[in-house]
Design a binder for this molecule. Sequence first.
Ligand code: NDP
Length: 444
Amino acid sequence: MSYVDEVIESVIAKNPAEPEFHQAVKEVLESLRPVIDANEEKYRKVALLERLVEPERQIKFRVPWVDDKGQVQVNTGYRVQFNSAIGPYKGGLRLHPSVNLGIIKVLGFEQIFKNSLTGLPIGGGKGGSDFDPKGKSDREVMAFCQSFMTELCKYIGADTDVPAGDIGTGAREIGYMFGQYKRIRGLYEGVLTGKGLSYGGSLARTEATGYGLLYLTKELLKVNGIDIAGKTACVSGSGNVAIYAIEKATQLGVKVLTCSDSNGWVYDPDGIDVAALKEIKEVNRARLTEYKKYRPNSEYHEGRGVWVVKADLALPCATQNELLLDDAKALVENGCIAVCEGANMPTTLEATKYLQEHNVIFAPGKAANAGGVATSALEMSQNSERLSWSFEEVDAKLQTIMINITHNIVDSAERYGHAGDYVMGANIAGFEKVADAMIAQGVC
Ligand code: NDP
């Protein structure tokens, strides 16, 4: 049996109750097969894969808090410190009722490779709780965050583990957690990222994921001999990633024809008006039905449908599993040249396969949306220096990082005889750096 198959089998046997984790390990190891087969003896000797799939540490803890009626509530908190071979653990805190240990392990495992791809010194981790901030008062959210951090603060620190926001953990939650950490540990340090600008946050973090997506898309097209200027694009979503992807695309001379939310989608033949979109979504917190008031020439459609519009580029920036096989077929039919993922896992496996088989350039989110975590790492650097960089400085560094990621995934795929397979390129590039560091650091 091959080394990859042996390790997949042992992961299933050792973690029987975590099917999502089996799936994630399987997907990553399968795509690493060329590199692992080529180095099998070396990796086997040091049990590299067995160590890679076993978190360095996983912490599970009780989070009691008092609700507005005076009733004590109890949630479960998690932090999985997966791999610190290349830097302190880094990864978000997810607050959502669906959170359990298996999910956090999946996200932590994926984070190792994504963080490595940025080229910055950050290891992989993830955490969260089954607490649902939706429908809770500010006081209840604060009570939860303070209790959560009272336990978590024993295990994290600016040089050991630096959590960030994720689903359910926005600026408000990060603020409450940071305050509690400071209060208990007596340390004013960059222990969390995604902080407000008044207490150590980074300029350009808001724009980073969307801008980064376009920097990578532009470079990847260039590598393939295509100029991004003058192209058309379909974008899905109208949240943080989508808005800044549309803004940067427009600045680069791309006409963005669509955007969407969970109710419907907009087609604007003159190109999406970013200022109008920001006013609707960031200021008024309204639905996309409002867009027509700003742009009478546009159309609003209920339901999903973004991918049927004819465009050169497709940038899924909304949510997971939003680009299905039929959508991929429509894109190919319409002559789409490239699909670059702004969201996490928006394209299903079968849709990805179809696009790749039909020679559509496909950039996986792991690489294409890494601008977010990269800029969080830049927030850590600024906090360590006790300095704040200008927007232009952060943006310039982000551009360099995304260009480096692009070449790294292109070269890695080529080196193992799979030129143009950027999913494989991203996994290999992320893995190689971590593997080298683990081997160099001996048995630990
Ligand atoms: P937001 O919550 O700001 O925006 C999400 C957008 O997607 C909203 O417009 C939302 O519409 C829409 N949406 C949600 N569900 C659906 C659905 N089922 N069908 C159509 N549209 C839907 O999130 P972000 O922009 O921050 O994140 C988007 C994606 O990017 C996520 O996958 C996230 O994990 C990923 N990501 C984000 C990073 C970041 O820095 N923000 C970094 C890396 C990845 P509605 O308003 O109606 O809910």
